[in-house]
Design a protein around this ligand. Structure first.
Ligand code: SAM
Length: 241
């Protein structure tokens, strides 16, 4: 199993396990003395630790060796309008599984509710990282209104804008045509369930180095669009990031 821990990871350190994690390892997975566990904290790479039970319900982890160095996060910013909590949890986790390196909440005209729980977003990013085996936990940016979020993107960053009103065309050709080099720094933008306002669509389209992408003739839920567009972008321009 791979567990996220807050503590610094260094050879020889002994980390007391939190109760829930001890229960998961000892009771759920029925791990026994000396069985290896993989740990990561988002800073020190991945470490193999030996499980040292102490008592029935608790255990320590003795760090043995680093198994993978700490990578840089993938250079892919995922910009999204907040959704209702359950769907937002799901969309955040899918974006991380699909390779988002930074989660950037964006408030748009039709966003439901102008507040977002950043600690919940970070917890979703950690849970997705544990599940999908990545070590660089995506950063969660402060929420911004759409104009500021667009201004915050570097000019060389290719913005892939999921536009449900864009003409249905070949998305692969559109992505390839928009990318000046094979692996540009990337940003993806998915709108709220209420869609983008016409003025927003114009503002986004006016940004150089932006491609308005149709994901087909059907109106997808934002969390469906997230998975679809990230799969396309990774397949065409991801280059394994
Ligand atoms: N304007 C839509 C409507 O008429 O119901 C609502 C927006 S849709 C539920 C949520 C978001 O998912 C959109 O803002 C867009 O970013 C993305 N999306 C949905 N379907 C899409 C499609 N066919 N092509 C591109 N993006 C799409």
């Amino acid at each position: 199993p791979r567990l996220y821990v807050e503590a610094d990871l260094a050879e020889g350190r002994v980390l007391p396990l939190e109760r829930a994690q001890a229960n998961y390892l000892l009771t759920v997975l029925r791990k026994t003395e000396g069985e290896p566990v993989l740990l990561f904290n988002g800073r020190d790479g991945e470490w193999r630790a030996d499980l040292v039970p102490n008592g029935r319900k608790s255990a320590d982890l003795k760090l043995v060796t680093q198994t993978r160095p700490q990578p840089a996060p993938p250079d892919l910013h995922y910009l999204f309008a907040p959704l209702k909590t359950g769907r937002l949890d799901y969309m955040a986790q899918k974006a991380v599984e699909m390779g988002a390196g930074t989660l950037r909440p964006v408030f748009t005209r039709f966003t439901q509710g102008e507040r977002i729980k950043l600690d919940r977003l970070r917890a979703n990013a950690i849970e997705a990282a544990e599940q999908c085996g990545i070590l660089a936990i995506p950063a969660v940016a402060e929420p911004e209104r759409l104009p500021a979020a667009l201004d915050a993107l570097e000019p060389e960053r290719l913005l892939v804008f999921c536009d449900e009103d864009a003409p249905v065309a070949d998305p692969v050709a559109a992505l390839r045509g928009a990318a000046s080099d094979k692996t540009p720094p990337l940003a993806v933008l998915v709108g709220p369930e209420g869609g983008f306002h016409e003025e927003e669509r114009a503002l986004i389209a006016a940004r150089p180095n932006t491609v308005a992408l149709s994901l087909g003739p059907r109106i997808l839920r934002a969390d469906t669009a997230a998975v679809a567009v990230m799969a396309l972008v990774q397949a065409v321009l991801g280059d394994g990031r």
